[in-house]
Write a protein that binds this ligand. Structure first.
Ligand code: NAG
Length: 407
């Protein structure tokens, strides 16, 4: 059986909570909730027939988050892979496409802005880019070809009164959030694998580095012997809108040869992600002074709640963090003491050694990063007075990002 690990917790209740919190200006955006439970079987793992296909993805229950490494020509930041899409394969690997031409929306950018997803749009303008610069057509294609095939995104599954296209907005929000938990470039770089004009790599070197970081084996795609795409596979508990994405090993190998794989650098006019490089256009603008590091602030989690003085994750009143340094390299303290990462665990307290963190702008958020990754995870989502240990990376079941909010 495939190794499985739950990541990408976009749980309905917690996502909804984030956006009703009074703390952050971007919480004012309208996001829909599916009302689906995530405690049932994952897609493709049901043992009896599921009847509520608004809360169980079928038949396309094998989901692929596909990413590009485009170097000819280069697209996107030089130190990040870019989004291709999120595709619903059937459990046996066959697939459907173009499932509902009546919902082939145009002006995806306008739809996202009109429905409170300008932050998602800004992220897409940087990380979901077409090789020929035709971003809008690319997004329309990904929605109409693949997005319209999700059973959990049928308009009849949406809360009543949802505006036309709300399910497409939910799709783009979800793809961006899921992609943010899959930093392929950083995972390779952390294992010493960076783009090179001269080096070649074996398939097992690449896949073991990615498996060590993510817990699963993705499929690597090559054009000839040049690495140019990756597929991360999932099953889904609940709805695409806000379900739990369960990461699984690829069911089939990709097209790369077993050795001599080239991973060339991007070239030309690409930009490197820097803390201030986030594209903002079309009326979206950063809301929280993101881009510069505040001296004090709170740290909120993308799903619910945020960090307390000990560096734990909770829905209780958030602690004040003190930041010292620059966005690309800083240390943090709380009233409990220094904050540091030891054995993959974040802690703040007396006797803790300071670790160096970095932050990157994502939409209007300033995301906390550690060793090149903005993914953090815990064993479960806190509620009430629970405090969950925060682990760096996405190897625990609830994955989220952490945003620094100036205070
Ligand atoms: C799982 O549910 C789907 C959707 O109802 C159904 O088509 C499929 O046959 C079910 N699988 C099993 C093993 O019952």
């Amino acid at each position: 059986m495939l190794a499985s690990l739950i990541v990408g917790a976009l749980a309905g209740s917690s996502l909804a909570k984030r956006f009703t919190s009074p703390v952050r200006p971007m919480d004012l955006v309208r996001r829909i909730s599916s009302g689906c439970s995530t405690s049932g079987p994952a897609s493709c793992h049901n043992t009896t027939q599921e009847t509520d296909l608004c809360c169980f993805e079928a038949p396309g229950g094998l989901l692929l988050q596909t990413q590009f490494w485009d170097t000819n020509p280069s697209t996107g930041p030089a130190n990040s892979w870019t989004i291709h899409g999120l595709w619903p394969d059937n459990c046996d690997g066959t697939f459907m496409e173009d499932c509902d031409p009546s919902r082939d929306y145009t002006n995806i950018a306008g739809l996202l802005e009109a429905q409170g997803a300008s932050d998602t749009l800004s992220f897409m303008q940087e990380f979901w880019v077409d090789i020929n610069g035709q971003n809008e057509q690319f997004w329309e294609h990904e929605w109409s070809t693949h997005g319209t095939c999700y059973s959990t995104l049928e308009p009849s599954c949406l809360p009543s009164g949802s505006p036309t296209g709300a399910e497409a907005v939910a799709f783009f929000n979800t793809v961006v959030k899921l992609f943010q938990t899959l930093p392929t470039y950083d995972w390779l770089a952390n294992a010493g694998i960076t783009p090179s004009t001269s080096k070649t790599f074996t398939l097992s070197t690449l896949t073991s580095a990615l498996k060590a970081a993510s817990g699963v084996t993705p499929a690597l795609e090559c054009s000839g012997s040049t690495l140019d795409a990756i597929e991360w596979y999932f099953n889904l508990k609940g709805s695409v809108i806000d379900g739990d994405f369960v990461m699984i090993d690829t069911p089939e190998s990709g097209s790369c040869p077993s050795s001599g794989i080239k991973y060339p650098p991007k070239s030309g006019s690409t930009t490197t992600i820097t803390p201030t490089a986030t594209t903002t256009s079309g009326g979206s603008s950063p809301t929280g002074g993101s881009g510069s590091l505040p001296s004090t602030g709170t740290i909120t989690a993308s799903t619910t709640g945020g960090l307390l003085t000990a560096g734990t994750w909770s829905t209780q009143t958030l602690a004040t963090y003190h930041f010292s340094g620059t966005v690309s390299s800083f240390t943090m303290t709380t009233s409990k003491g220094n904050c540091g990462v030891s054995s993959g665990t974040l802690k703040c307290g007396s006797g803790v050694s300071l670790s160096t963190f970095s932050a990157v702008s994502s939409g209007s958020d300033l995301l906390l990063g550690f060793q090149g990754s903005t993914a953090f995870s815990s064993d479960s989502t806190p509620s009430g007075t629970d405090q969950e240990t925060v682990f760096t990376g996405s190897s625990h079941s609830k994955t989220y990002t952490l945003a620094i909010v100036a205070s």
